[in-house]
Design a protein around this ligand. Structure first.
Ligand SMILES: [Zn+2]
Length: 303
């Protein structure tokens, strides 16, 4: 469900207008129509920016506003860990003026096949977390790292389209202000928790846990394959030792293995959202992060 491109919109409009012109072959009306065609296509002709997946699309859209055409590469319902490029995607990327990546290893498979001169890596400047031999790509789940991503996007858009630099800067500033208040809200919510342990299925909340001072454990590795027996054992021990009340699955991944924990240890199983899939709306990131906070507080504090 990619957004309609300017090109296809223009094609449609040109089709409609030629029909109208056939009906009204003379007179002022056709001149008015031509002026309309000219001005509205000028307004739509921003730079073409493609964001690889939902969180970076949201950040980019908040900075670009209506001055650039921001599209999404991976459809909003598809998991980027599983995504592979098709010929149509390569053509689409080829036509872009700027390609915005999350970075931190998330798009390695995509990078190998595209023109890297127009790529921006939004994880530049982030202190990355290593997990085994891999780098953890889930930087966006910490609003402070998201702010760094937004700043990288702001700089790339300003370099690409200097005429609108002050517009992008103002948008970035107001979005960063919103991310700061989101961060404060999460900080205050987490500080009230008695338990300092966060346990999830998919290894996605490492940056979140680092930011808010939580000890973090997951059942799978970074690619959300099946639970690893060693990790399972550690989680069983921690839950028993520390009297942990809740473990978390993700909307994006199955939770069957957590059922066993519920049965064996009597913990709550609640659901978080990694925002890897969802709806392409400008305030979706903040909305889901607040829902995640509420879920954590509600499930970990429940008796
Ligand atoms: Zn993930």
């Amino acid at each position: 469900m990619r957004m309609e491109t300017t090109r296809s919109l223009l094609l449609k409009r040109a089709g409609k207008i030629s029909k109208i012109l056939n009906m009204w072959s003379k007179g002022l009306f056709s001149i008015v129509v031509l002026i309309f065609l000219f001005t509205s296509s000028a307004a739509e002709a921003g730079k073409k920016v493609v964001a690889t997946f939902l969180p970076v699309w949201i950040f980019t859209k908040n900075v670009a506003g209506d001055r650039a055409e921001v599209s999404l590469l991976v459809p909003p319902g598809m998991d980027i860990h599983e995504f592979s490029l098709k010929p149509a995607d390569l053509k689409f990327l080829d036509e872009a003026d700027l390609i915005v990546l999350n970075g931190a290893g998330l798009e390695t498979h995509i990078l190998k096949r595209i023109d890297t001169t127009k790529v921006i890596d939004t994880s530049k400047g982030i202190r990355l977390i290593k997990s085994g031999y891999a780098v953890d790509p889930h930087v966006w789940l910490d609003p402070l790292q998201a702010m760094i991503q937004v700043k990288n996007i702001r700089d790339a858009l300003s370099a690409l389209d200097p005429e609108n630099k002050s517009y992008y800067e103002a948008n970035a500033e107001s979005y960063i202000r919103r991310l700061k208040s989101l961060d404060m809200e999460i900080m205050q919510g987490i500080q009230r928790l008695k338990s300092r342990y966060l346990i999830t299925y998919h290894e996605a909340f490492g940056y979140f846990a680092r930011r808010y001072g939580l000890r973090y454990y997951s059942l799978t590795g970074l690619q959300a394959e099946n639970p690893l027996p060693g990790k399972m054992r550690v989680v069983y021990d921690i839950v028993r030792e520390k009297g942990i009340k809740a473990v978390f699955s993700e909307r994006q991944f199955p939770e069957r293995s957590l059922e066993r924990l519920r049965r064996d240890l009597g913990v709550n199983v609640c659901r978080l959202d990694t925002i890897e899939t969802g709806s392409p709306e400008v305030d979706y990131y903040e909305k889901v992060m607040r829902e995640n906070l509420n879920t954590i507080v509600r499930c970990m504090e429940a008796e």
